[in-house]
Design a protein around this ligand. Sequence first.
Ligand SMILES: *[C@@H]1O[C@H](CO)[C@@H](O)[C@H](O)[C@H]1NC(C)=O
Length: 495
Amino acid sequence: MALTISSASFLISSFFISLCLFFSLEKGLALQAKQTHESTQSHRSQLRTYTVQLTSLLPASSCSPSSIVPNNEATLKVVHKHGPCSQLQAKPDHAQILQQDQTRVNSIHSRLSGKSVAATAAIDDDNPRYQKDSTTLPAKSGAVVSSGNYIVTVGLGTPKTDLSLIFDTGSDITWTQCKPCAKSCYNQKETIFDPSKSTSYANVSCNSAECSQLKSATGITPGCSSGTSTCIYGIQYGDQSFSVGYFGKERLTLSSSAVIENVLFGCGQNNQGLFGGSAGLLGLGRNKLSIVEQTAQKYNRYFSYCLPSSSSTGYLTLGKDGRASRSVKYTPLTTIPNGASFYGLQVLGISVGGKTLSISASIFQSAGTIIDSGTVITRLPPTAYGALSSEFQKQMSSLGYPKASALSILDTCYDLSGYRSVTIPTISFSFGGGATVDLDSTGILYASKISQVCLAFAANGDDGDVALFGNVQQKRLQVIYDIGGGKIGFGRGGC
Ligand SMILES: *[C@@H]1O[C@H](CO)[C@@H](O)[C@H](O)[C@H]1NC(C)=O
């Protein structure tokens, strides 16, 4: 059909008219959502939604500690590294946090694929006294980067030094920077631990079984100091940050009534990387050298935590805490091929706003899923992420929210300027063993600023890459690791 000039101009003008109509309609819908958010649930009875205050999505300036604290002696307070409850007060640069998070995920994927290249790192190669004190670090991969971002404070030594450590279920070795910092220590907020001032410190010998165990925990063959035959550990994280030093034993104080003797840890003499002012790392992985395994006699391979929103406090508890209520849902703990240190989960499906996404269960099964306290954003097989993102976008657009540009790895973002509250679809995960878990309302969005609030999920590069259940999605849930019982539990409103 030929197009005459007059009908073309008619088409153009009607295009503009419908464009204007479209925008006013969008505005109307948005206003309606803004003004009547409380009744949104009943208007759209087919959708399950949360209504959240926008202020709760943005960084708070003051700390409001949670009143929910487990009834257990071995309980540590957990705070977000960047939040007002942290002493470290690291400044959040969201693009950088998300970039580091991607580096961690890449290093997990490359570790599981078994790729690494070796290079030697010494305690201090410039100083003749330490030149021979070295171990060989892989130039790539190794352990995962500790972008972590949840912090606990423990006491080390006698008398004890209080140290803020990143807590990490994705790695095993606990280490802290140690004096004399023979080669290098990065800036940390607290006083650096000095083993020569502690009456309970002892070096671990190179010939010991504990020293040999390092290889399976770090992927790195331990070294041996020429003078004292002290075992030398090395751990390399995915972003090229590392810690090398003497492997020692110390008294670890969790609370006045929970003191553990002879805990094996790394006394770091050469430390470099992005540890955000923390004193080191607390490893809660599945290797024999992790804190969970080292305290197995006392706490029975059982721990739980709640990761708080950034302006509140949560907890990390070793041993049963008596709070595991009937509302906790359990799913079998699985293992990850080539990733013996990781805690595996079976994800079966995801629903958005109560609507189950049509994703074949085999997509999740072939990749497997790690639950990780150190990964920020949950990573899904691209096929699953695509289904999640498009359903989320569909429901958000029906609620009238305008889209915004992508933020680093997050591509589903909204401009919520001018809103005081926002109504968002619920997201729930179904796990093996029949456990269905609703994420908390704080576990769905990641906000850098009010004009850029994003769905806090991202896609892996390939459906075959292992998926990761990250710390944003675990927020405010009570997460229970019953390793002896072979299960992981999730409860609502943990902190
Ligand atoms: C531990 O070994 C290192 C390296 O040989 C040595 O400098 C340090 O004095 C030893 N510490 C103790 C308490 O034996």
